[in-house]
Design a binder for this molecule. Structure first.
Ligand SMILES: [Zn+2]
Length: 271
């Protein structure tokens, strides 16, 4: 949290506001939030620069700047970018913009990260394909799955395998495709692979259409909430009835995190 639909929503919300604005100054309140360069160079590099636009790669936000560099933001668990945000707690960084505007990076868990780099590939170069982009084809998905014996959900969360999916939308896609989260990737049938491929695109598109999921601290740049969690079928719904068969949704541990699924609809030996 936040995942691709949340970051995409933030990108779309900020772009019309930020594109073309000059940065008057930047202030880093938590030095650890800036991964590169050192915070003083980070602030100096931003001051006077102009923001040309807002882009997204996986769960990263990229802000191309007039001098050719990129400001990059990763929200991690609890990061929020507030447009003209007032005096809020847990602020990691603040950017003052022309016109009296400001962009506030609020981050309760303090895991979010900022970069100012010449080449965005330094930060996002290792990411897998965009699930809604043209390079993520069914054939490519099938090809990449068949070599892997990891649990399918672990693979979906691996940002080098596919960029942008997290816990919530991986659980939703696996449920929609009726695939057990612990099923070994290479044992998925042709039909399961095709179903999962379609489901990934559908749950992400649905998430974007609803402005992302405000299960926890995710907020839109204006402070409002998204509505994607209101149509979740299994994610964060432990003990509630499966929408397909009414069996209570279960949560099982998976590599230090959890996977929500329906034990009846998502059998590990479905084929
Ligand atoms: Zn079910």
């Amino acid at each position: 949290l936040p995942e691709l639909p949340e970051v995409e929503t933030i990108k779309e919300g900020l772009r019309p506001k930020l594109a073309g604005l000059r940065i008057l100054g930047a202030e880093v309140l938590r030095a650890g939030a800036v991964k590169a360069p050192p915070p003083e160079d980070f602030c100096r590099g931003l001051a006077g620069n102009r923001i040309l636009g807002v882009e997204r790669r996986g769960k990263y936000l990229l802000f191309p700047l007039e001098d050719g560099r990129h400001l990059i933001v990763h929200l991690r668990m609890t990061g929020v970018l507030l447009w003209d945000g007032g005096d809020v707690p847990y602020v990691s960084a603040r950017i003052a913009l022309e016109g009296g505007h400001r962009l506030v990076f609020q981050d309760r868990r303090r895991l979010g990260a900022l970069w100012l780099v010449g080449d965005p590939g330094e930060v996002v170069g290792g990411l897998g394909p965009e699930p809604l982009g043209p390079e993520f084809t069914l054939e490519a998905f099938r090809e990449r799955l068949k070599k892997r014996s990891a649990p399918i959900k672990a693979l979906l969360l691996d940002q080098h395998f596919l960029a942008g999916l997290g816990n919530m939308y991986a659980d939703e896609a696996l449920f929609q495709a009726r695939v057990h989260p612990l099923k070994k990737a290479k044992t998925l049938s042709q039909a399961e692979t095709a179903g999962l491929y379609r489901a990934i695109k559908e749950v992400l598109s649905r998430g974007i259409a609803r402005g992302g999921a405000s299960v926890d601290t995710y907020r839109l740049p204006d402070g409002g909430k998204g509505g994607a969690h209101l149509v979740f079928q299994v994610a964060h719904r432990r003990g509630l009835p499966c929408p397909a068969c009414t069996t209570p949704i279960e949560r099982i541990p998976l590599r230090g995190r959890g996977a929500y699924f329906c034990p009846k609809c998502q059998k590990i030996t479905s084929n």
